[in-house]
Design a protein around this ligand. Structure first.
Ligand code: DX5
Ligand code: ZN
Length: 221
């Protein structure tokens, strides 16, 4: 089975959001990635639960919610989550990580833990029974249009090896940040399964959205 595409909605053309989503349906993307930021865990603000509610009314594509917020456990109930959705919380954002992941599971969504580039993969070894996926940030979170942190490519391979060697080969690896066509190929080779696609490969000015999605698909077979 090939890699899965999760378009970063914060990078979409908000003036034509419904049209963008209909095209992404045609491209059969597996998720829609919603970056939620609080201006504290990351120095930016982006999308929120109201926008997600509107998008939920126009598509059945499962949501991939990336909480870049302090104390995510206090905010999970704000989001209208559905079975099949992924919700990622940062290992660095709560002292009660296992309880937070359990809360996501109780909501019916699929829990995932996210790691900033500097956070070691071993920091989550005790919650692997509580997640369906691990999100490896390949840029420092907060903004679109950044450049890959080169060491994260090795980190993806290390994470994959660690998961397989410890009986967690079923856990998917999601990558987020500067997923360009070239980087996507390298990330796929390193073991990534889900690709958050933003300005680097999908929402590129002057390039037809369906064409860019099909091109990305070819890079992650
Ligand atoms: C970064 C965001 C990413 C980003 C991806 O914090 O989480 O989703 O928008 O877009 P590009 O391809 O611009 O890195
Ligand atoms: Zn993200």
């Amino acid at each position: 089975m090939g890699g899965k595409i999760s378009p970063s909605v914060m990078c979409a053309d908000f003036r034509h959001l419904e049209e963008n989503i209909k095209i992404l349906e045609k491209a059969r993307v597996e998720y829609l990635h919603f970056d939620i930021m609080d201006g504290s865990f990351v120095p930016n603000f982006t999308l929120g639960p109201d926008l997600m509610k509107s998008v939920r009314e126009i598509t059945d594509i499962p949501f991939d919610v990336h909480l870049m917020v302090q104390h995510p456990e206090n905010h999970i109930a704000l989001f209208d989550l559905k079975p099949g959705d992924i919700v990622s919380v940062h290992q660095e954002s709560t002292v009660h990580l296992q309880r937070t992941l359990q809360k996501i599971k109780d909501s019916g969504a699929r829990p995932a833990v996210a790691l900033n580039p500097a956070t070691p993969i071993y920091s989550i070894e005790d919650v692997l029974d509580d997640v369906n996926a691990v999100l490896i940030m390949t840029v420092n979170p907060g903004f679109a249009g950044q450049k890959l942190v080169p060491a994260t490519l090795k980190k993806i391979a290390k994470m994959k090896r660690y998961l397989v060697e410890n009986g967690y080969g079923h856990i998917e690896i999601e990558v987020d940040g500067n997923v360009s066509y070239e980087n996507a190929r390298k990330m796929r080779k390193a073991g990534a399964d889900i690709f958050v696609a933003g300005t680097s490969s999908l929402f590129i000015k002057g390039i037809n959205l369906l064409d860019s999605a099909l091109e990305l698909r070819r890079c992650i077979i």
